[in-house]
Ligand binder design. Sequence first.
Ligand SMILES: Cc1cc2nc3c(=O)[nH]c(=O)nc-3n(C[C@H](O)[C@H](O)[C@H](O)COP(=O)(O)OP(=O)(O)OC[C@H]3O[C@@H](n4cnc5c(N)ncnc54)[C@H](O)[C@@H]3O)c2cc1C
Length: 558
Amino acid sequence: MRASNNGSAAASHTLAQTLLDLLGAAFDAAVARAAVLCARDGKLDPARLDLHQWICYELALADADLLAGKTVVGVSVNASELDGALGAAFATDAIVSVLGRLQGICIAMEVDAHPLQRLAASDDLLRLRRDAGGPEFLAKLGNAVANADGEIGDVVVDEETAVARDAFRRFAKEVVAPMAEEIHRHDLTVPESLLQPMREMGVFGLSIPEEYSGSAPTGRENTPMMIAVTEALSEASLAAAGSLITRPEILARAPLAGGTGEQKAHWLPKLAAGAPLCAIAITEPDHGSDVASLSLKGTRTDGGWLLDGAKTWCTFAGKAGVLMVVARTDPDRSLGHRGLSVLLVEKPSHDGHEFTCVQDSGGRLEGRAIPTIGYRGMHSFDLAFADFFVPDANVIGGEGGLGKGFYFTMSGMLGGRIQTAGRALGVMRAAMKAAIRYAKDRRVFGAPLIDYPLTQVKIAQMAARFAACRQLTYAVARELDRGEGRMEASLVKLLACRSAEMVTREALQIHGGMGYAEESPVSRYWVDARVLSIFEGADETLALKVVARALLEAALPR
Ligand SMILES: Cc1cc2nc3c(=O)[nH]c(=O)nc-3n(C[C@H](O)[C@H](O)[C@H](O)COP(=O)(O)OP(=O)(O)OC[C@H]3O[C@@H](n4cnc5c(N)ncnc54)[C@H](O)[C@@H]3O)c2cc1C
């Protein structure tokens, strides 16, 4: 069945574009007003930003929807009929969502919301909602998505990326997927039988330049390639495959941003080879989102530094042979983020849920995995450092790098955010395809579940969201490679991670009771998706401290 004809999809895109433009203008006006509310003496004021957090948060979420809406409408000209119809459905949903948020924001700011109310009741919006958001349209669309077995959301990538994506999809299906359930249900450590082929396929070197034995072209990035591989692996397992890439993605940026020539030559080829494996230790029990306040202490000693204190949630710390530790190397707390440095801690690799490393000097590092509802395979560890010695050679940037740890850490966060959007795509695709398979097999009240219009609408909504996030992720990936798109990387992280929760929720629901059974992979997709909005910039922190701040800063009256 055809989801729509090209003519009506094109008309919906034109209508959506007009409405997005109108909403864009209303959004800019709301941002300008919020900037005034949150400023004092011409500058953003932290106390006022906190006072108006809800407005800032809603603005950030609206911005993500607007960007995704514009992106899908923009690419729809060259899209297949099905993808074009999915784009129209997502844009309609985004318009309705942004309109609702902006109305709430205007009411909260005591700004006249009547123009938005008129837009909500306009013939244009009502027509769009009927043509590209109505139940009949969505049911046909869902049916078409099911007939295509969920193979939707085509993105333009170069040939090399397409070949790699196919190879990693095959590997994920044949090698990762058969082990994924066991790793999750028995909380196992990712086995060497998965890690070794991934080393050989270059998974750990995707963001490391070729001159350091990685596969990123020297002098430029290849973010779409990294996303394609991440997505393919995450479809089989978020925790035991797709997320393995995150650690070298973040760690490698530190030596690349500020490491000495020797450090780059020593560490980058090793990280690219996955030997040793690595882990990132930023979060502490008392400081997570607030990275500038980290307190793990580094004290100067003969030939290096002694680390004392705790880190938490350090994923893969057991198996890793090197940890990127952000430590406070200047005792003057008033320096804030300028007192932090990055140290590379070398340790033996351990399988399992607990480890203790004791140095000849008496220094100790103890690790204990935190039991979690999902994201199993690498284990996330509480770490306790006591007089743990790290040589001077392992301080990123040497003497010149002291106090620059915050910047080195942040340089990895950008890649971490877009990569996390790629991870969300993989989980969404797995969940959507599982829901389609189940809905085709399961009979309820005498008919296959997929034959019911409500199921079809749900499939269409999942597919439209997935396809939009995918378009946006790859568009932002290309922007990043041109040296732009920093803000957009945060927006796509926000949107894709929230969307993964929605899509996996609906996929589980379509499975009924079986969705709640551990034996159904969809229950794993759901618990795994839940973590995506927590790490790599928690949803609220990213929205308030990165997106809203940048929006308001740019809108301050000059
Ligand atoms: C499975 C898993 C794996 C992880 N892996 C790693 C890893 O490998 N390395 C690592 O260093 N960390 C890791 N983390 C930690 C993760 O990055 C942090 O959990 C995250 O940064 C949030 O910090 P927090 O948990 O301390 O929450 P908090 O900072 O205490 O925040 C609690 C809640 O408040 C919100 N919030 C924060 N600030 C504000 C504010 N100003 N106003 C309103 N709301 C606010 C947050 O968004 C969050 O929802 C991992 C976490 C998990 C769950």
